[in-house]
Write a protein that binds this ligand. Sequence first.
Ligand code: SRM
Ligand code: SF4
Length: 575
Amino acid sequence: MSEANNESEAKLSAVELIKDTSHYLRGTIGQELRADTDHFGKDDLQLLKFHGTYQQDDREARGASTPSGKSEKQYSFMVRTRIPAGIMTAEQLIAHLDICDSIGNSTLKITTRQGLQLHGILKSDLRECMQNINDVMMTTLAACGDVNRNTMACPAPYRDAVRPAVQKLAFAISDHLSPRTKSYYELWLKDSETGEETLEGGSDEEFEPIYGKTYLPRKFKTAIAISYDNCTDVYTNCLGFIAVVRDGEVIGYNVTVGGGLGVTPSAKKTFPRLASRMAFVTPEQAVEVAEAIVKVQRDFGYRDDRKRARLKYLVHDKGIDWFRHQVEEYYGTKLADCTPDDVTEHNDHMGWDAQGDGRWFYGFNVENGRLYDDENRSWKAALREICHELNPEIRLTAHQSLLFCNLEERDRPKLESMIKRRGLPLVEEISNARRWSIACVALPTCGLAITESERALPSVIDTMEKTLADLGLEKELFTVRMTGCPNGCARPYNADIGLVGKAKGKYTVYVGGARLGTRLAFIYRDLIPLENIVDTLKPLFVEFKENRQETESFGDFCARLGLEGLNEITSPAPV
Ligand code: SRM
Ligand code: SF4
């Protein structure tokens, strides 16, 4: 073990001890699964995350009394599927819709990292849920937990040499950094040879060659972007690869390290950080360099304080030169410097586009990624019909939407009519403000939510659309991202406008980030009630219209003026 870890060994955080004694993520999950209870004990909750599930309770049911007169929590589970590059089949999507309808809360969420989440699964149905997901050749292992999570990559199905290369790299990294523990199969799946349910077992010889028995100090996130398409928001990740393209081919990647957004406002030692550019690697080097970076975080990352255990704090504290040197030591040779290539655009891939092989794909905007059916809108029914009729390949985007791929010219009117018949908008019917907005789950399932998010953002956008239209700004392109707490799950801190739940019904308003994801936003106003958010932003929109520089975006305008400049042109308020 490293020098760094020896220093902190004496005061490891409680979760480190749970991992250490868990026998490669088993803990007592097997016993607990057999017990006739509706929830797990505290230690197993940490281990369950590695298996892709979180214990939650219905926040709205808290305080309601039971027949016995006692008020108890109504437990259920969130289950997250890991989907590298967001690529899946129609059959796999239908399987998730079936699960949400049969044993979930009848909705499905497309996440900000190209994953899928089920909510409301009861403990007694957890194994069935995992098995159904694995039956369609997908997994929830390492969708959460202190390991490399879903590896993101641009999902667009262009048949050029670039997209397939970055997607292939996402699969390779995802496979290489997957935990090797057999506990997942023992606990959740049937024995593949006998068909019997095993629940637990495991050998003492089990070995995690990359992670070791305590895995990583904290969650670890990887994304791959292309210099001309940062749709995966690469700079917010622990580890990023920016494809460097010459003559239509990927010649290598500029590697970025130490991005991450979560913050605890009361703890000054925490902050959002955009990643630093580290080195250039060839496609052949990429996976092994990823492994070396993971190992540096494994050995030097802070295991005594989970609030500072993300890779970004190590890179911040030690500096990028120190970090690169360690990576080179672990990798075994020096790395080349980054090329000047950086990200220059962000394509959300919505609407029709030619794949380059005579076929088409359609980017379908799903508001805040939530798929449900109600009397006005039937997302699930539309998806089921489209999947059955056209059998498209499905790809999920980092903006909580999806692409229907491999469509023939003749499929185009059919697809559009299936969408419209279910009361859903085509991309051209959606305002730019809505199309470029995302929101995290928050209430009622997220245990950390302080405010509403995905249920509140649509009404904020309704009001914003009117304000922007009145000012003639409806064509402007900017990102609006809302979260129900400062953890930043919808990446608000590098958006043009970030709305972050801070106290009951009140939000911190950030401005000055960039649609490209390359600049952090700053706090413009704090503790703004939900219903006043657009009024708070309106003076900025007015000034932007009057005084913007040519081709300046809203985020660029706010960043140029800064808080002081914005306060001068609007009525100042203490932050
Ligand atoms: Fe997240 C915790 C949902 C992307 C930063 N996130 C959570 C939990 C599991 C709450 C919990 O710990 O009990 C949320 C589950 C809510 C629920 O009811 O489903 C949750 N995070 C989500 C998702 C589903 C938001 C969404 O609506 O799409 C995203 C799942 C992505 C996936 O498929 O893997 C999601 N979370 C993110 C992102 C964005 C990203 O990664 O691109 C971030 C900011 C980037 C980062 O990691 O720094 C993010 N989530 C957090 C944090 C803060 C981490 C930190 O360093 O401080 C937490 C809390 C924690 O880890 O302690 C958190
Ligand atoms: Fe929950 Fe906060 Fe993440 Fe939203 S940002 S899903 S409220 S942890």
